[in-house]
Design a protein around this ligand. Structure first.
Ligand code: FAD
Length: 469
């Protein structure tokens, strides 16, 4: 009888433990992707990018004599129906760790096992299962550095190769047409423009990793903080949708360390930040929904998204060049450099005193590498409400940050057109991408700061010092 392999954020053939296990049985396999309640809740850019990933993955499966069946609806109902239609007796999928996916997967597992179908998840999305990394007291880690020390010397098994063929079922179940799902429908920010910046699919991800390990990783530590340089791997978009495995990245990083490439250690440490995010979200699911440090519930954040400061922040016209360049970069490319993410998050939560959830949600709408765990951790870390956070009183100065990390203004000039006689083409792309409800033009004057560093810093610190928690 067939095995149903349910794919979600694991759109690859290589190093895919559930796929490997299914292929090894020699039984027919029905790969399925479900546009389910979790996908339904995705923001505009992640949903659009996921659609591109699904299309590419379907082609990969065709290359090994298989197909990707597409269905839409509540995961549990869709899978039960597919089991009934196909006579499958087994349903496997790759394990997820964020609360929405866990809730969904537990529902699927109990319903399917309840009706006598073998159903369960297989690891594959991360390197270290969250419950296997424990402090000496038997708890979970709340601080990155000891977490990193605890996992650094662990044995990580080698990667698995892609199956060369996958046995098809005697007859294929019906499939939806991907175009009918309109996964790009909410991309009013110019999907065509963002399309020029994405790197979709397993093959592209493998090429990107190989090129980075060959040419980029050695200089990673020197260049990774400079947003104008292409000094990082840009693999987050592929890791997010599982177009490459964390294990393939990890082994490439470890090989580079063995080869004496200087920047490789710092890069593997970043992969471990990703692990740490999953560790945290698994052990404290409130990471994605509320202040991790609950005493922060009393902090007088502005939670109203409609205020002018929030609008200016989203639109990249706060009058603070680093912030504006970064917000425009995200709008046009679906990505934002890590240094810039820290700067814009700090500005929103400290200078503007707006709740980190507003920022988290906007990122969730705009980023092609949106990841529920890393995004929530990044925001709470920046806001000061999370575990292992920058203390609230340490307020980044976005002006000196620009002087330090974008000395010759290559980044600021790439994204800001106002005041330039010959603006960078990407700066103009920003104006092509913005929706009509944002009436802005490259000929506008560059705005005065909505809140200057000095004013914002003083207000934030005063509020923090007078807090009653
Ligand atoms: P590289 O520097 O090449 O690093 C390699 C990989 O390590 C990345 O692809 C990523 O998977 C992982 N990684 C690197 N830095 C971090 C980090 N700080 N936390 C967790 N994982 C990390 N990352 C996301 O993947 N999705 C998000 O939604 C996301 N939101 C963020 C929000 C904020 C406010 C902040 C401060 C950071 C966020 N990050 C997020 C982390 C980081 O900015 C990106 O992972 C990184 O910029 C991706 O670029 P890269 O692939 O070139 O990374």
């Amino acid at each position: 009888s067939p095995i149903i392999l349910w794919f979600s954020r694991d759109l690859r053939l290589s190093d895919h433990p559930a796929l490997d296990r299914a292929a090894a049985t020699g039984r027919p396999v029905i790969p399925v992707f479900v546009h389910d309640e979790v996908v339904e809740g995705h923001g505009a850019a992640p949903k659009w990018r996921l659609g591109l990933g699904v299309r590419s993955f379907a082609e990969r499966l065709e290359g090994i004599g298989s197909r990707l069946i597409l269905r839409r609806g509540e995961a549990v109902k869709v899978l039960q129906q597919l089991v009934d239609e196909s006579g499958a007796t087994t349903v496997w999928w790759t394990r997820a760790y964020d609360p929405d996916s866990i809730r969904r997967d537990e529902g699927v597992k109990s319903a399917l096992t309840g009706q006598g179908t073998e159903a369960g998840s297989v690891p594959g999305h991360i390197l270290f299962e969250p419950w296997t990394v424990e402090t000496q007291q038997g708890g979970f880690y709340k601080v990155y550095t000891p977490y990193k020390r605890a996992v650094w010397d662990r044995e990580v098994s080698p990667t698995l190769s892609a199956p060369s063929e996958l046995r098809p079922p005697d007859s294929w179940p019906d499939s939806d047409d991907l175009e009918d799902w309109q996964m790009g429908a909410a991309m009013d920010r110019g999907a065509k423009i963002v399309a020029g910046f994405v790197n979709v699919g397993e093959e592209a991800a493998q090429q990107r990793l190989a090129a980075f390990a060959r040419d980029g990783i050695a200089d990673y530590d020197d260049l990774r903080d400079l947003p104008a340089k292409d000094g990082t791997s840009n693999l987050s978009e592929n890791l997010t949708y599982g177009e490459i495995s964390a294990r393939a990245c990890y082994h490439a990083g470890m090989r580079a360390i063995d080869d004496g490439k200087a920047g490789a250690t710092a890069w593997v440490e970043e992969l471990i930040w990703r692990e740490f995010a999953y560790h945290l979200v698994y052990h404290t699911p409130r990471l994605v929904s509320g202040n991790w440090r609950e005493d922060w519930d009393k902090f007088p954040w502005n939670e109203d998204e409609r205020v002018a400061e929030v609008k200016a922040w989203k639109q990249g016209r706060t009058g603070i060049r680093f912030v504006d360049a970064a917000m425009r970069e995200m709008y046009v490319t679906g990505r934002m450099h890590n240094r810039s993410r820290m700067v814009v998050a700090s500005y929103l939560t400290k200078h503007l005193m707006c709740h980190w959830k507003i920022g988290m949600k906007w990122f969730e709408d705009c980023l092609v590498d949106w990841d529920p765990a890393s995004n929530a951790m990044g925001w709470q870390w920046s806001a000061g409400s999370g575990p292992d956070a920058t203390p609230y009183f340490r307020v980044f100065n976005p002006v000196t940050q620009l002087d330090k990390f974008d000395k010759n203004r290559a980044y600021a000039d790439r994204w800001i057109a106002e005041g330039k006689s010959d603006p960078h083409p990407d700066a103009l792309k920003y104006f092509e991408a913005i929706p009509r409800r944002w009436p802005m033009s490259p000929d506008d004057d560059y705005p005065e700061p909505v809140v200057s560093h000095k004013e914002g810093r003083e207000r934030a610190l005063e509020t923090y010092q007078n807090r009653d928690f």
